[in-house]
Structures are given as C-alpha cells and as structure tokens.
Design a protein. Structure first.
Length: 75
C-alpha cells in the first residue's frame, strides 16, 4: 500500500466515522450535517491524490486491510 493510498483509505474511514456520528440521532442530523464538509473535502482530495477517484474496488480493498471490521471481513 502506497502512502497516498493509505492516506485515502484513512480519510475514508474518518469520513465514515464522522457520518455515523452525525447521523446517530436522526433528530439532530440536520444540525451536524455541515460538520461533514471538512471530512468530505479531505477524503475527496486524498482519493484524487492516490488516483482512487472512481476506483471503489481498490479503495475498499485498502480499507479492508486497515480496518476489516468496517466491511464485515472479520466474520
């Protein structure tokens, strides 16, 4: 895994965690949605830098290597 690919996978994992936190309570979701702008931008930039934009298969393979529990691969 190249450094830029690892950065992209980590940015995706952070975005996923932020999204889960923002949507944990549906009533408060609209309040927290603006807080996702920064993690979305970080993930977009990291994916572009790693050449992973539009290559979800490769991205998810990298995510599985870093954090298998996110994809159910640990079962």
């Amino acid at each position: 895994m190249h450094e830029t690919e690892m950065a992209a996978a980590q940015a995706y994992i952070r975005l996923l965690a932020a999204t889960r936190a923002a949507l944990a309570d549906p009533a408060d979701g609209p309040l927290y949605m603006p807080l996702l702008a920064s993690p979305i931008q970080e993930a977009d930039e990291a994916l572009r830098s790693a050449g992973l934009t539009g290559n979800e298969d490769r991205l998810f393979a990298l995510v599985r290597k870093l954090q298998p529990s996110l994809t159910g691969s640990d079962h």
